[in-house]
Write a new protein. Structure first.
Length: 323
């Protein structure tokens, strides 16, 4: 690398407005890495030439997905992604067993999980980190049992290796393990968190080697978009994107209501997970970061399967109170 130019105030740029341009960027990086180029030098060159911010270091995606895609090739990555989708849907099918008096609700829950990744069925999103990480988080949530949590931790660790946005989920599961005093599980969640911190420190060091003082920085992600940002992100990132906003917004609220009505550890974890990310979307992320919602889209609509029972329970509670 050439010596950095004399220090000067780093400008800021506005991030690209369309997720499609991000897809082109990631695909180009993967192609160049597959040709033998260094990931960090390639990423810096592509970010710089396309007027993307290079600061802070999280402007660079973790190399996990790009290096894996470069090694396996696109056909194998597509097959792997569809296999992951199938595993996630199957895991929810198993998790919903005996949760409904009417087994058709279980079928609808699995179909809603499939709908959650329908946006990626075209294969266009093989290089998009949030699709992989979000599906792995949904798989982890479906696999988790208080007495059998090993594969859940593995799925979450893979999500964390692809996108740091999976960290809140990992911390949530660690807190829930602490509340149950499940010390071995807590150690597992804590272990992957510590490993993630070490990897991010290494990642920051590698980024520092290729970033110049004159490179542009991000304008920041604090947007304070409020409830509109919450609804917009959940609307545009998942299958609801094909519906008008006036139809999608009530469905988002109903899905949250459905999750909150499921009296189980999974229901509680999902409610806190989706509500927490919803709060994050209200505070952070510009409008063109809507695809961050792919972190929650894969299993979010499964909550709708619980809505009929939730209203039935609510009606029964009202009748009991009146008598």
């Amino acid at each position: 690398m050439r010596a950095p130019a004399a220090a000067s105030p780093a400008p800021t740029v506005t991030a690209k407005p369309k997720a499609n341009e991000d897809l082109t960027l990631y695909a180009t990086i993967v192609a160049r890495v597959a040709a033998g180029e260094n990931y960090y030098e390639t990423a810096a060159d592509e970010l710089r030439s396309n007027n993307y911010p290079l600061k802070p270091f999280v402007a660079f995606r973790l190399p996990t997905l790009a290096v894996t895609a470069a090694w396996l090739g696109r056909p194998l990555m597509m097959a792997l992604q569809f296999g992951l989708f199938a595993a996630m849907v199957w895991a929810w099918w198993v998790r919903l067993d005996k949760q409904f008096a009417d087994n058709r609700r279980r079928v609808s829950g699995a179909m809603l999980a499939a709908a959650g990744v329908a946006v990626a069925f075209s294969g266009r999103y093989v290089e998009l980190h949030e699709v992989w990480a979000g599906t792995l988080v949904a798989l982890s949530l479906a696999l988790h049992r208080p007495e059998r949590w090993g594969w859940s931790v593995v799925a979450a660790a893979l999500a964390l290796a692809i996108r740091e946005l999976a960290l809140p989920y990992v911390l949530l599961m660690a807190v829930m393990a602490l509340y149950r005093r499940s010390w071995r599980e807590l150690a597992a969640w804590g272990g992957i968190t510590l490993l993630f911190v070490l990897c991010m420190a290494w990642h920051a060091g590698e980024v520092a080697k290729v970033v110049l003082p004159s490179d542009p920085g991000s304008p920041g992600w604090t947007a304070l978009g409020g409830s509109a940002a919450f609804l917009r992100t959940y609307h545009l990132a998942g299958p609801l994107r094909w519906l008008p906003a006036a139809v999608a917004a009530p469905l988002i609220i109903l899905a949250m209501f459905g999750w909150a009505s499921w009296k189980s550890r999974t229901g509680l974890a999902a409610t806190l997970f989706y509500a927490g990310y919803g709060l994050a979307f209200m505070l952070f992320g510009r409008a063109n970061n809507f695809y961050w919602g792919l972190m929650v889209a894969p299993a979010f609509l499964v909550g709708l399967a619980f809505v009929p029972r939730a209203f039935s329970d609510l009606a029964s509670a009202v009748r009991t109170r009146e008598t």
